[in-house]
Design a protein around this ligand. Structure first.
Ligand code: PBG
Length: 330
């Protein structure tokens, strides 16, 4: 007898396909990265990230309102720091009136229910473009953890709901959690970039913040001594489990598409929410191919976002968030 099972029955029209679809994308899936600069009336397009912008605080207000009205309820803040405020210790990161601290207050002011997460890392503040203190060609771990802890406290004091340490120093989650408890920030969460790879896909982001490692003697040329080797899988599990033990509320895999095997492995191993960061280079690749007419932008975007969620992402940080939600609303 010819097959009793014909799998195509479940694909025969949109009604049945939508009935049995396993992965549904909604605005609730997204965390929206935002780039912030000093100034007034500034909305600058990032050269390597078409249709993505840096905003000054006044224009950030409109953007945040628009996101909220689209149902996007979580943002992840990054600041571009003027060169003259950068040093090897990230001193400006602790300024209670610094750009990040003002940005947190601006978002909370305009939209009190918006979930505000902040990037905690030294690189935008570092004169060397590194996520840690540089000494004799090395990145110092424990000195950096102290700075990251103070930076986290400063963000919590300004009103951040979550801090998101993206540096990959050892022991920073425990240090930040202990400092939060000791200072009464019991409800301030930590989303750890727990499996963050030393990826070439971060290039456009470093353009956006002017934060790439500088080319100088005795300064490491890349971040391979702290971010993970793309060749490794078991290490990702170890890193993630350690961050959870140290007190991370959520963990993250970054970048997204090239690392979906890691996402699934971690999703099957841990019981906290797993975030995935679809990074700047992934965004840039699709924008460029679509500009050339080589790929259908919206179709490929939806396929990629669906793949990330299907792999196990509970939360997706993506520069496509607004594009996706606008498409869903069409
Ligand atoms: C800072 C940080 C980076 C990204 C997020 N936080 C850059 C880096 O580690 O070099 C990359 C995000 C992206 O590429 O979209 N530590």
């Amino acid at each position: 007898m010819y097959p009793l099972k014909r799998n195509r029955r479940l694909r025969s029209n949109e009604a049945i396909r939508s009935l049995v679809r396993e992965t549904i994308i909604t605005p609730n899936d997204f965390l929206v990265p935002l780039f912030i600069v000093e100034g007034k009336g500034v909305k600058e397009e990032i050269a390597s990230m078409p249709n993505y912008f840096r905003y000054s605080l006044d224009l950030l207000e409109n953007e945040v309102k628009e996101l909220w009205n689209l149902g996007l309820k979580s943002v992840l803040l990054f600041v571009k720091v003027p060169d003259n405020l950068k040093d090897n210790k990230g001193t400006e990161a602790l300024n209670p009136n610094g750009l990040m601290q003002r940005a947190i207050k601006t978002v909370k002011n305009i939209c009190p229910d918006m979930l505000v997460m902040t990037d905690v890392a030294m690189d935008p503040y570092s004169s060397y473009g590194h996520d840690g203190v540089v000494k004799n060609g090395l990145i110092l771990n424990d000195e950096t953890v102290d700075i990251l802890t103070d930076m986290s406290l400063s963000h919590a004091e300004a009103g951040a709901n979550f801090v998101a340490p993206s540096d990959m120093m050892d022991g920073r989650i425990l240090s930040i959690r202990e400092a939060f408890e000791a200072n009464g920030f019991y409800n301030t969460g930590i989303m750890s970039y727990s499996a963050k790879y030393a990826s070439a896909f971060y290039g456009p982001f470093r353009d956006a913040l002017d934060s790439a490692p500088v080319d100088m003697e005795n300064v490491p040329k890349d971040k391979q001594s702290y971010q993970m080797d793309p060749a490794n899988r078991f290490e990702a599990i170890r890193e993630t489990e350690m961050d959870i033990d140290e007190g991370a509320d959520m963990v993250m895999v970054k970048p997204g598409l090239c690392y979906l095997d890691i996402v699934r492995e971690i999703k099957n191993t841990v019981d906290v929410p797993v975030a995935v960061y679809q990074v700047s280079g992934e965004y840039a690749m699709l924008k460029a191919a679509a500009e050339k007419g080589w790929l259908n932008h919206d179709a490929v975007m939806m396929e990629q976002i669906t793949a990330i969620k299907r792999a196990g992402a509970d939360v997706i940080a993506s520069y496509f968030a607004k594009d996706v939600v606008k498409l869903l609303n069409k």
